[in-house]
Design a protein. Structure first.
Length: 300
């Protein structure tokens, strides 16, 4: 018989439409959590890119925080820096929806159904909330992944500074993540391949962090910056939160959605500052047209 002291703790129940504090496993009221989040410099809202319900949740959280902190900027992983003028014209009501999708190069750099993102884009437009492109060029990710930062001239780094070295915790996290996706064997089949993957992942992490830090600059500017970013860049304080701390931005929070009705205490600890239980009433959204040889410019 197994030692009673070795038994796993009971799972933590998570009713739908409620928040959990991962540090304690206890429920927390939305009012209390939003009040606390509204005092931050940066609030990062994680996502799985193809789930419409998650984008509705992001809009709901952004709306709550905007009521408490109207001076807001929303940054998006989906857009590379070069399309920033299109985001500015959209918020200024100078573009139709179709023009915005075309000028932001959506089909080429992202490719998920824009309809699941448009409510949040329209919110920014209607409320005159600045939208910021957080991403870099795909070529930078590929080049750093292959050769490292030192091989890239400064003028070709797309305003991204070299990433802080990954912690062992981040390496372990990415290894588990890739194993869950069935990719770990592929990455381990060739010497150095996993290291190249981590370098590439960190280009995205650092790109988002640099762009968010830029949003906070200015003597008279004290916005709440919302980051719309894939959850793999945010969980457990790795990725973008880690790179933000390296840059000097420490007042950062991460909120995540989940469809899990219960959690293991060990996996919940340190995951985020708040986790919301939602349902996924619709299947994942299919990709739009994408060139066969291309991938989205941002990571999942």
């Amino acid at each position: 018989m197994a030692d009673a002291h070795m038994a796993s703790p009971p799972p933590i129940a998570h009713p739908r439409a409620t928040w959990i504090d991962p540090s304690t496993g206890a429920g927390v009221s939305q009012s209390e959590l939003m009040q606390r989040m509204a005092t931050k410099q940066v609030v990062l809202l994680g996502e799985s890119h193809d789930i419409a319900e998650i984008h509705r949740w992001q809009l709901q959280v952004t709306t709550c925080l905007h009521l408490l902190r109207p001076n807001m900027v929303v940054g998006f992983e989906m857009f590379p820096r070069r399309v920033q003028p299109a985001l500015d014209r959209w918020v200024a009501q100078q573009l139709t929806t179709d023009e915005f999708i075309a000028q932001s190069e959506w089909a080429d750099v992202w490719g998920f159904d824009p309809q699941i993102y448009l409510p949040l884009f329209h919110f920014c437009r209607q409320q005159s909330v600045p939208m910021r492109a957080l991403n870099c060029t795909r070529s930078l990710v590929t080049r750093v992944g292959q050769s490292g930062w030192d091989a890239i001239p400064v003028e070709e780094r797309d305003s991204v500074t070299p990433a802080a070295p990954p912690t062992q915790g981040y390496r372990d996290y990415l290894s588990r993540l890739m194993s869950g996706l069935g990719s770990r064997d592929v990455l381990s089949s060739e010497p150095g391949r996993f290291d190249r993957f981590i370098r590439a992942q960190q280009v995205w992490d650092r790109s988002f962090a640099c762009a968010i830090a830029d949003c906070l600059k200015g003597e008279d500017c004290d916005p709440l910056v919302i980051g719309i970013i894939g959850r793999g860049h945010l969980e457990y304080g790795h990725g973008t939160p880690y790179q933000l701390r390296d840059i000097g931005v420490h007042d950062v929070a991460v909120l995540l959605p989940t469809d899990a009705c219960e959690h293991e205490a060990e996996r919940l600890a340190g995951l985020a500052d708040g986790v919301f239980r939602l349902d996924y009433p619709e299947p994942p959204s299919a990709r739009l047209r994408m060139p066969v040889a291309r991938k989205p410019e941002a990571a999942t």
